[in-house]
Structure formats: C-alpha cells, structure tokens
Design a protein around this ligand. Structure first.
Ligand SMILES: NC(=O)c1ccc[n+]([C@@H]2O[C@H](COP(=O)([O-])OP(=O)(O)OC[C@H]3O[C@@H](n4cnc5c(N)ncnc54)[C@H](OP(=O)(O)O)[C@@H]3O)[C@@H](O)[C@H]2O)c1
Length: 324
C-alpha cells in the first residue's frame, strides 16, 4: 500500500504522520501518478502550522514529479508512462502515489530528471512571474531579494543575471554569504548583523532600488520600503518571519508613491497552457545553462518532520526535496 504524510491537526513538524493510504482509479479528468521526487517548500510549513488554514485531516505538499500510472476518462493531453510534474492544490504531494486533476500537471521533457523537476517547478514558476510579470526586470537594473541563499533565492539571481540585471541579496548567516554569491548575487548582506536598508542605500549611492522581492515578511517589510526608490515596487510574496501587519497607506506608501503587491502563483498561471508555457521557459533555461540547480539536501519521505524542522530553523542552503 502506498504511503503518504497526513496531518490531523495544525502544529509543529511533529504533526506530520506517515500513513498507508488506499488509492482507487482516476476519475474523469484525473491521472494517477507515482511520485519519484517531492519539492519541499516553505509554504508547506504554513499549511502545517495553520498560518494558511486548510480543512483537516489533510495531505500536505504542493509539488512533485513522477510518472503517470493511469489516466482517467476525458484525459487527452497525457498518456500512461508520461513524465510529469505539478505544483498546486489539492494538497497531498508528500505521497508515494496519488490521484490528481490532469489540469495541474505539466509535461517534463527528456533530460530533466524527476528530482530536478520537483526542485524547480514551484520555485521556478515563482521566479518567472515575479521578474517577468509582477515587475518587468530590465537589463542594467539592480534590485533587492531577501533570503538569497534559499530555494527561490537560488534561481532568482541566476535568472535576473541572464537578463542583464544585478541583485543585492540578504542572508541570515555568514555561512550563507558564499552560497548567495555562488547563486549570482552581486552584493550580499547578512541582515542579522547589519541594517540591510542602510547597506542597500550605500550600494546604490542613496538612490535606492526600483523593486524589492520580499518573501521574509514581517521582519523585513519596513526596511524594504525604506530602501525603495521613489515610485518603487514592493513585492511581498511570503511570510517566512511571520505575516505582515496591516499597512498604513498614507504613512508608509504615499510619501514615495510606492506600489505594493502581494502576489501568488495561482494568479499568474491560471490555466494549463499558461502553466506549461511557464514550466517550459524554466526547462529551457536549465537546458541552455542559464540556471544551474544545486539540490542542497534530499530527505526520505519518512523524514519529513526533520525536513520541516531544518527549513524553519533556517538550516537549509538552497532547495531541498523528499524522496518517496
Ligand atoms: N507567493 C508565491 O507565489 C510564493 C511561491 C513560492 C514561495 N513563496 C515564498 O517564498 C519564500 C521562499 O520560499 P522557499 O520555499 O524558497 O524557502 P527558503 O527561502 O528556502 O526558506 C525560507 C528562508 O527565509 C529566511 N528567513 C528569514 N526569517 C526567517 C524566520 N524567522 N524563520 C525562518 N526563515 C526565515 C531564511 O533564510 P535566511 O536564514 O537567509 O534569512 C530561510 O532559509 C517563502 O516565504 C515562501 O512562502 C511564495
């Protein structure tokens, strides 16, 4: 019987329970998949802790890559044996095998392993929309990205560099500075020791940056606003240090005429074609060597508790996966 991680209540990593699950056959518009690698994402900890409420009991995990075992009625775009990946609800990617709606899957081309696909769909799609759609990053610009040694952080600077832009990155320890530099950041600031906003202003000769990409949330929000240029764009896309407090628009946004957005993947990839196109752009970048992926750690599915504990303790230096 296949195994899956189930949560029955919200809490710390200890609520992740490995259980046997029954799987039937796929229904209309569904496919049955054997997962070969599962993406570990910070958002998984929000679902587990209750920061993002979900109906319990529930599976957990948004992202995995594997092979199709069976296709249900009405599925025309996939066949048994196809290599696919997905990064979306319904939750339950932390499983050896499962049934998913075919509309959330993308085809994975030859040359991209399951491990690579599971590492980069969520993080790659996120980077893709952040710097091509939410803010159209241009050659010659310099922007700020927080948690530069993290999963999204690894892809972000390489992608920005590939279009001729530079990125200032922040990291939580001196150990992570080298990792961020290797990822392509032109300047790296340890924000647990230094005032990152002051450093950004120093680097940009008091001009500030036109955009900040902030997945850290509560701790970095006001510093980020203060090192933005006039009419700059604040992109708050995550809450690793906690969710934002309500924003005081006249006080925080009006003086510099800033733009503030809180985007998610779902708003930028709204159908299967957009999803496949977005994923293909990432696969191409990998194929042509524009982005190199270094999987920082591989955990067994049974060790998901440890994976969450390490992620939340800021121990990981780059993307990690679970092997079912
Ligand atoms: N909106 C979207 O569409 C979307 C999609 C994917 C991911 N995200 C968000 O993007 C961010 C990065 O995701 P990821 O999966 O690649 O994770 P990650 O960057 O590998 O891990 C999160 C990082 O946040 C930093 N951090 C700062 N304060 C922290 C704190 N108090 N506790 C824990 N970590 C803290 C840590 O780096 P340092 O030690 O270097 O500070 C940590 O490594 C997350 O906020 C995630 O929710 C958003």
């Amino acid at each position: 019987m296949p195994k899956s991680i189930i949560i029955k209540k919200n809490g710390g990593p200890e609520v992740l329970e490995l259980q046997n699950i029954e799987i039937g056959s796929p229904g209309k518009n569904e496919i049955k998949v054997t997962n070969h690698a599962i993406g570990l994402n910070y958002i998984d900890t929000y679902h587990r802790s209750g920061l993002y409420p979900i109906k319990l009991p529930s599976g957990i995990g948004l992202e995995a890559a594997g092979r199709i075992d069976e296709v249900g009625p009405n599925v025309t775009e996939f066949n048994k044996g196809d290599n696919i990946a997905y990064a979306s609800v319904p939750l339950g990617a932390y499983s050896q095998q499962r049934i998913i709606p075919s509309k959330i899957a993308v085809k994975v081309p030859d040359g991209i392993t399951h491990e690579l696909a599971a590492t980069l769909i969520t993080k790659g799609l996120t980077t893709n929309y952040l710097l091509t759609k939410t803010y159209r990053l241009k050659a010659g610009e310099i922007v700020l990205f927080h948690a530069a040694a993290g999963g999204v952080g690894q892809i972000f600077a390489q992608w920005a560099n590939s279009i001729g832009a530079k990125v200032i990155g922040t990291v939580g320890s001196d150990e992570k500075i080298k990792v961020a530099e290797k990822n392509g950041y032109s300047h790296v600031i340890n924000y647990t020791k230094n005032d990152f906003a002051k450093e950004v202003l120093r680097i940009t000769k008091n001009e500030g940056v036109p955009a900040v990409f902030d997945g850290v949330g509560k701790k970095t929000f006001y510093g980020s606003l203060s090192c933005l240029k006039i009419r700059g764009t604040m992109i708050s896309f995550g809450n690793a240090s906690g969710p934002l407090d309500p924003v005081n628009v006249p006080k925080d946004i009006q003086p510099k005429g800033l733009y503030l957005t809180r985007p998610s993947i779902a708003q930028y990839f709204t159908n299967r074609k957009e999803l496949q196109d977005g994923a293909d752009t990432i696969f191409e970048k990998i194929k042509f060597g524009k982005i190199k992926i270094n999987i920082s750690k591989k955990y067994k599915l049974a060790d998901a508790k440890q994976a969450h504990a390490d992620l939340e303790a800021r121990k990981l230096m780059g993307p990690a996966i679970l092997i079912p």
